[in-house]
Ligand binder design. Structure first.
Ligand code: XMP
Length: 510
């Protein structure tokens, strides 16, 4: 049995952060859209209501029925959640007279409140709201205020129901973690036993129960998610897991052999398929990025399918899907149009394969995947690898793909990435790589005129790939890498560095 917190999502940009902050306390949390109430089984021990882009004053604002929750479970309303609970009981919510975004400091804290134990009177909090509670219902008592927001936190008498106007989940609320811990541990009684090891134990038991003695096939990519998926499954079902690792000819230099080696050393039952020629043939003459992606996706399915069909009696397909891929998000209009993203690396398998799906990481975030991997003894170097796109170097070679272009880019990329590692910069960069541009430029080498290719280097910092900024790499480092590339890679005579952020640019050029 795994105790859990339900986070009812009203569409706030911070909902995922609430889930993560709760999990950092070793307490398991799940996000559910407000309009799809989850089953309140014996494992649920508390509920949190998120913020929202909506105002409770709107006619069609989210308005779920909480009668099975309020007064029955410890309940914490955050921002919209606080206003919603107050409005529902007859409180008054008005547009704020002054803007309440960003930093603020409490100036009153009810020190006897269990929720605010250890929170100093002048604690810094993060506000982000256009409405404010101007009058609380009868049995609601203010337990914290700021200069501008009298009702920054309240408690409902005779209920374990608390609410706060500010956001405890953002780091700028310096005592946010204390407040969440007070709510979850002292008020709701969680035992904080959700750790990487407990996750591994539970997941391995789940896989055993679900899959039994069936055979499972998994496509390995060399990335963190598929590797951790493989090791978890291997723990549960041993050699009944068949991993397929495809060389599409668009991987980094030496990557196919070195990753294959790694997997074999880890004791995985892995089939390496060298399909370079097939992919390059499928890509012949294609310049449009989306057509290239499609050709690669289609070829991958063909190759994977052929391999899976060679294995007799396979019943399951394992995938490295993680939590952000499956969280049902509340749409900006608050309507019931919840969408689920599909995992874009595998891209769906043909219907006739009719395999059942097993996704052991579908409840955890990327950083948690890394922690689980570490707890299972996976090489830290493998766990710390930069993200790499499924279509590989094909979307870093602008225009059509040839074997010669791939090998030029592999050399350039290798010098850059190895350089980052040697200079101790690799781990502080979220993702780095090189692009081969469809441009030639004039240069001079020795006394000769050259007319050769241009490459662009890109290194970004990011937390999830959704937004990113270019990394201010040291000039000396860039000078050295540029020199090495031009001197060692035949066919390249110019190196440029990409200084665009995302948005408006993207990380990849295609
Ligand atoms: P962009 O270029 O959209 O990339 O800023 C964001 C992240 O996604 C990766 N990426 C892909 N990954 N298949 C993938 O598996 C793709 O087609 C693809 N396109 C971009 C990119 O490397 C970055 O980490």
């Amino acid at each position: 049995m795994q105790e859990k917190v339900i986070i009812l999502d009203f569409g706030s940009q911070y909902t995922q952060l609430i889930a993560r902050r709760v999990r950092e306390l070793n307490i398991y949390s799940e996000i559910h859209p407000f309009n799809k109430m989850p089953e309140l089984d014996g494992n649920v021990k508390a509920v949190i209501l998120s913020g929202s882009p909506h105002s409770v004053r709107e006619e069609n604002a989210p308005n779920p029925d909480l009668s099975e929750i309020q007064g029955k479970y410890p309940l914490l309303g955050v921002c919209y959640g606080a206003q919603f609970l107050a409005a529902k009981a007859g409180g008054v919510i008005m547009p704020s007279k002054i803007r309440e975004y960003g930093r603020a400091n409490l100036n009153y804290v009810d020190s006897s409140s269990e929720l605010l134990k250890g929170v100093p009177t002048d604690s810094q909090v993060w506000m982000s709201h256009g409405d404010t509670i101007t009058k609380l219902p009868e049995s609601f008592n203010v337990i914290a205020s700021t200069k501008d927001v009298q009702c920054a936190a309240y408690k409902i008498e005779d209920e374990s129901t608390y609410a706060i106007q500010f956001h405890p989940e953002v780091y700028h609320s310096t005592d946010g973690a204390t407040l969440l811990k007070n709510f979850l541990v002292d008020i709701a009684g969680f035992s904080q036993d959700w750790t990487p090891n407990s996750f591994i134990e539970e997941t391995v038991a789940d896989i055993k129960a679900k899959v039994g003695n069936d055979k499972v096939v998994l496509g390995l990519s060399g990335g963190v998610d598929s590797t951790v998926t493989a090791v978890l499954l291997n723990k549960a079902i041993g050699d009944n897991l068949y991993c397929v690792f495809v060389n599409n000819g668009l991987l980094r230099k030496n990557e196919f052999n070195s990753v294959l080696d790694n997997y074999e050393h880890m004791g995985l039952n892995v089939i390496g398929v060298d399909a370079e020629d097939k992919f390059l043939t499928a890509l012949e003459g294609l310049s449009d990025p989306e057509l290239k992606r499609k050709a690669i996706g289609k070829t991958f399915i063909e190759v994977f399918d052929e391999e899976a069909n060679k294995l007799e009696g396979v019943k399951w397909l394992a995938q490295g899907t993680i939590y952000p891929d499956v969280i049902e998000s509340v749409s900006a209009t608050g309507g019931p149009s919840a969408t689920i993203k599909s995992h874009h690396n595998v891209g769906g398998l043909p219907d006739f394969m009719k395999l059942k799906i097993v996704e052991p990481l579908r409840k955890i975030f990327k950083d948690e995947v890394r922690r689980v991997g570490k707890a299972m003894g996976i090489d830290p170097e493998l766990l710390g690898r930069h993200p790499f796109p499924g279509p590989g170097l094909a979307i870093r070679i602008l225009g059509d793909i040839t074997k010669e272009k791939v090998s030029i880019l592999q050399e350039v990329d290798h010098i850059f990435i190895q350089g980052l590692k040697d200079a101790g910069l690799y781990d502080s960069v979220w993702q780095a790589g090189a692009m081969l541009l469809p441009v030639q430029s004039v240069g001079v080498m020795g006394d000769e005129r050259t007319y050769e290719r241009v490459v662009a280097l890109r290194a970004v910092e990011s937390t999830d790939g959704m937004t990113a900024d270019w990394v201010h790499l040291p000039y000396e480092f860039m000078a050295d890498v540029s020199n090495q590339i031009i001197n060692r890679v035949k066919g390249v005579n110019r190196v440029v560095y990409d200084i665009s952020s995302k948005p408006p640019a993207t990380i990849e050029w295609e």
